[in-house]
Design a protein around this ligand. Structure first.
Ligand code: FAD
Length: 311
């Protein structure tokens, strides 16, 4: 993506943090309404969806994440070329609403100012440190299953921690891989295993507790303690996480008891869109609608305040 450094901080009408479906929809809607828009993205436009092998429920016949991410990037580039949108590649750390403006702090300490901020930073994968049923000795690297490629896993002993839904997505996205996944999960996740129970590439082991230790010669020793007390140890070449997700909340957002950021609790100049809003309804179509709606709110406010969009 073409980016600019966040210098010369001219206040804009709409500052969007996060360029997933929600942030892209907000930025595109704002730019098409002739609001001055800045989009802050830490990785790349559509970086999350770009790693999803197979998509469902996305209007427009988008069947793979890379296709959709490329379309998002092209749309953002089109608005950049028309000078309607500025993209800043940076990680935002905090947001603050004031009576007359909202501010976003970036990781390098710079400050961006806007009439309205849309926070659309989505969710990030839970790690073993985030759950109480996994203990690890040393710093065990547990990348998310859904970002793994079949080539990384074929012919290796693979242990997957957790039976969250991306398991089914991964298997659907790679129907021809013969990678074998040994999934350790709690009773809480048992109901999610039904979707892939017939897939012979997956083996499930219910566990009340799991211990992981890195082996000096490479790989891991993994011990699963069954809820009835019996334990079983195995060696793994690769350990992947599939534990669910947690919100990527910026400091300054109002956070609810579940860690998510309810839109109605935020400062009036700080809007929340997409997965960051709550654990339910985490879908691309919902995020797109949320983002577009979030950009319309400052637009109608600006009309009420006598603002004339630039020609
Ligand atoms: C494996 C998997 C499969 C899925 N399959 C489907 C499906 O088939 N159909 C469907 O509808 N949904 C699916 N989803 C859900 C869908 O991906 C999400 O609902 C959607 O991406 C949410 O969009 P969002 O814009 O809220 O967040 P995201 O897409 O997560 O985008 C957030 C963006 O914010 C950026 N960001 C985060 N923190 C910061 C920061 N501090 N500063 C700057 N930028 C930041 C990130 O880099 C990212 O680009 C799937 C999800 C997963 C994990």
């Amino acid at each position: 993506m073409t980016t600019i450094a966040p210098s010369g901080n001219e206040p804009v009408d709409l500052l969007v943090v996060g360029a997933g479906p929600a942030g892209v929809a907000a930025a595109v809607m704002g730019a098409s309404l002739r609001l001055r828009v800045t989009l802050v993205e830490a990785v790349a436009v559509g970086s999350k969806v770009a790693a999803i092998g197979a998509l469902e429920n996305v209007p427009g016949a988008w069947l793979t994440g890379p296709q959709l991410a490329a379309a998002f990037a092209a749309d953002i580039a089109r608005h950049q070329d028309a000078n309607r949108l500025t993209v800043v590649q940076a990680r935002a750390t905090a947001v603050t609403g004031h009576r007359d403006r909202a501010e976003v702090v970036l990781a390098d300490g710079s400050l961006l100012t806007a009439a309205t901020v849309v926070a659309a930073t989505g969710v990030t994968a839970l790690t073993p440190q985030d759950v109480d049923w996994i203990e690890s000795t040393g710093a065990v690297n547990v990348p998310p299953l859904w970002r793994a490629t079949p080539e990384e896993l074929e012919g290796r002993e693979v242990v997957v921690l957790g039976a969250d839904r991306p398991l089914g997505t991964w298997l659907r996205a790679h129907p021809r891989t013969d990678a074998r996944l040994h999934v350790l999960h709690t009773a809480h996740d048992s109901y999610k295993t039904a979707e892939v129970a017939d897939d012979s590439r997956v083996r499930f082991t219910p566990a009340g507790r799991v211990e992981i230790a890195e082996r000096s010669g490479g790989g891991y020793d993994v011990t699963a303690y069954h809820p009835d007390g019996a334990s079983r140890s195995a060696r793994a070449d690769v350990v992947l996480g599939n534990l669910g997700s947690k919100p990527s909340a910026l400091s300054g957002l109002v956070i609810g008891p579940d860690g998510y950021c309810p839109p109605e609790a935020q400062h009036p100049r700080v809007l929340v869109a997409g997965d960051l809003k709550g654990a339910r309804m985490q879908r691309i179509a919902v995020a797109l609608g949320d983002g577009g709606r979030a950009a319309l709110i400052p637009y109608y406010r600006s009309l009420e305040n006598g603002f004339a969009p630039s020609p």
